[in-house]
Write a protein that binds this ligand. Structure first.
Ligand SMILES: [Zn+2]
Length: 428
């Protein structure tokens, strides 16, 4: 082996682990860039997908039917540029150095931690979230109840909180942080819990008290801890594979709902969209399904929090030729959410449609599974932003994003009420 090919091999090994490891053993993303690439033809799309298969150098951050956001290693940038020039694809740089964003996020987290351990000026760790949950449960014992979905692969408890001010309320389930790197989701979920319990605003009080809330701030607990401690960009679970050295499954492709149909997930354990060896292979997803299954008669609406791209995504994920029976209603409630958010001074715009219409085929996801369980309003909500910061949304945007979620959910539930979706489901 020549020195050159040795160095190349060494680089590939380092990159296959995600990126180079620094002294504190955190994965670093120095000079990794993120590009938005627009494509017009299927041929261009296929070409980009093929490029993105070179996982040592490329990582898909977002994919829709007309554009792709790609994170690129510094070493692959010139190849990437010549490839897009050759094929006449337009590309725009969003992020010049991913590590810089991670560093400033960490600085903000450290600064905010000096004023106290928990809050919404920073992204909290799982320990901080759980300690805060305990405080909340102790402070509001009459209207809150702790529940556990079960244990993660690494043995952590997946916790949730039920908030109920009176009996016979319609039920709203919020799943959050199933994808480990989408930190804005648990930040928003915890902010909502706090508002529901402490706000004196009449509209918020009415929203909080006229629904039963089941909120799981962090579903993918192992991945979330790993993202905080080792690799900010970690998305999947942490269960090892029997057939590969790559770790983890995309939990939002692991539900037993059209699992792996129509290439709605990858069968490659190294892919970010790996559906797992079989449906419900991930204990976190099995636990979620068992729990939601056991109370499905009480759940009228399920919202799965994700980031990023400012979208509301309804079933189905497996086909864009067939639509759910209440598709028109689903679109009406999504429109209500989007309109309400846009009316806020931030002017943030949300788009909506079915997963397969707007993005691509994706199967085994929470919203499709819940819909099959009889939860007729089941949505994936992709929060801020549209790519400027992507997954590394600065903490200063946590509260604005959460305010949008609050006003959006209020409008969505008002529309559900109007359309008759909040009636008791248990007709016994
Ligand atoms: Zn996600």
């Amino acid at each position: 082996m020549s020195l050159n090919s040795f160095l190349v091999a060494l680089t590939i090994v380092a990159l296959a682990q995600g990126a180079s490891l620094g002294q504190d053993e955190r994965v670093r993303y120095d000079n990794y860039s993120v590009y938005k690439v627009r494509f017009e033809t299927q041929e261009q799309r296929n070409l980009l997908r093929k490029l993105a298969e070179g996982r040592e150098n490329f990582r898909i951050w977002y994919e829709a039917n007309d554009e792709l956001h790609l994170m690129i290693t510094p070493g692959a940038l010139s190849d990437f540029n010549s490839e897009i020039h050759r094929t006449n694809i337009s590309a725009k740089m969003f992020i010049s150095n991913v590590q810089e964003l991670i560093d400033s996020e960490e600085d903000a987290n450290l600064r905010a931690s000096r004023d106290g351990s928990f809050g919404w000026k920073k992204y909290n760790t799982l320990d901080e979230i759980y300690a805060w949950l305990d405080e909340i449960l102790a402070n509001y014992p009459a209207v809150t109840e702790s529940f556990a979905l079960g244990q993660s692969y690494e043995g952590r408890t997946i916790r949730g909180i039920k908030i109920s001010y009176k009996s016979n309320n319609p039920g709203v389930f919020i799943e959050s942080n199933i994808h480990a790197n989408e930190w804005i989701t648990s930040a928003t979920a915890t902010w909502l819990i706090n508002e529901f319990l402490t706000s004196t605003d009449e509209l918020v009080r009415n929203l909080a008290e006229s629904h039963d809330w089941y909120i799981v701030p962090v579903l993918n607990v192992d991945g979330f801890v790993y993202a905080h401690e080792k690799n900010r960009m970690w998305r999947k679970t942490r269960q090892p594979s029997n057939i590969s050295s790559c770790i983890g499954v995309d939990p939002n492709r692991n539900y037993d709902s059209r699992w792996m149909e129509n290439e709605g997930a990858s069968s490659d354990p190294c892919s970010e969209f790996y559906g797992g060896p079989h449906p419900f292979s991930e204990p976190e997803i099995q636990a979620m399904a068992d729990f939601v299954g056991s109370i499905k008669d009480k759940i009228n609406v399920l919202l799965a929090f994700h980031s990023y791209s400012q979208l509301l995504l309804s079933p189905y994920g497996h086909t864009n030729e067939e639509f759910p029976p209440n598709y028109d209603d689903l679109m009406a409630v999504a429109k209500a959410y989007g309109d309400a958010v846009e009316r806020l001074p931030y002017g943030t715009v949300y788009r909506y449609g079915s997963v397969a219409e707007i993005l691509y085929f994706a199967t085994g996801a929470t919203n499709d599974w819940a819909y099959e369980q009889g939860v007729e309003i089941a949505y994936t909500i992709e929060f801020r932003d549209t790519g400027r910061y992507g997954f590394i949304l600065p903490p200063v945007q946590i509260i604005p994003n959460a305010e949008e979620a609050l006003i959006g959910i209020t409008a969505l539930l008002d529309k559900c009420e109007e359309l008759g979706y909040l009636k008791p489901k248990n007709t016994q």
